[in-house]
Design a protein around this ligand. Structure first.
Ligand SMILES: [Zn+2]
Ligand SMILES: [Zn+2]
Length: 197
């Protein structure tokens, strides 16, 4: 008690401090609470910091709200975009899976077994490969050539396994989709980092 009284006495209250903000460095009279200086920043800087923190917290909260209202099809769309990007990064420099021409700047991630007929193979890496726009978009995936070239690309064993997997039921839950999304985002970052190194 005595110490508190002593610390909050007028001697200490008249001391000034230099604001900790390097761009400010204003001299100010610190505020004490229970004998301890409340802040090493001057009042204007302190309120600015408070505002910045509020903005940051709100941004975080907004991201959480946005996440909570996302539907399964939102996740599906986002994952498809991220997964396709992964396929394009993985197959950069390889020829088109169907026609064998070199892939140019713009190319697609094409499915061998279509998403419509085999939704369970939608995110199967062996089922999706870099494909030129002509084959993917103008020749409906150029499936005949795709089917001939795919076993050569991934090997007959994996091709056989892929054929077997066509029968597997697959119902993606939101948490499956979220997990896959995180995985592919991480892999894309890694591949992009390696490419720019
Ligand atoms: Zn200041
Ligand atoms: Zn092609």
């Amino acid at each position: 008690m005595r110490i508190n009284w002593y610390r909050s006495s007028s001697i200490f209250n008249f001391c000034t401090m230099i604001c900790k903000n390097r761009n400010c460095k204003a001299e100010f009279e610190p505020i004490y609470r229970n004998g301890i200086i409340v802040s090493r920043y001057c009042i204007p800087c302190l309120s600015k910091k408070g505002k910045e923190k509020q903005d940051k917290d709100w941004k975080k909260e907004k991201a959480i709200i946005r996440d909570n209202i996302k539907t399964k099809s939102d996740y599906m769309r986002e994952l498809q975009r991220t997964f396709n990007k992964y396929i394009r990064l993985r197959d950069k420099g390889k020829p088109c899976i169907s026609c064998g021409r070199p892939l140019r700047e713009k190319y697609d991630a094409g499915h061998c077994f279509s998403v419509g007929a085999y939704p369970n193979l939608r995110f199967n890496e062996d089922n999706v490969h870099g494909q030129c726009v002509a084959c993917n978009q103008h020749k409906h995936g150029n499936v005949t050539e795709y089917t001939i070239n795919l076993p050569k690309r991934i090997g007959y064993e994996r091709y056989g396994a892929l054929l077997d997997k066509r029968k597997d039921p697959k119902n993606y839950t939101i948490s499956d989709l979220k997990e896959l999304l995180e995985t592919y985002k991480r892999m894309n970052n890694e591949l992009e980092r390696l490419r720019t190194d």
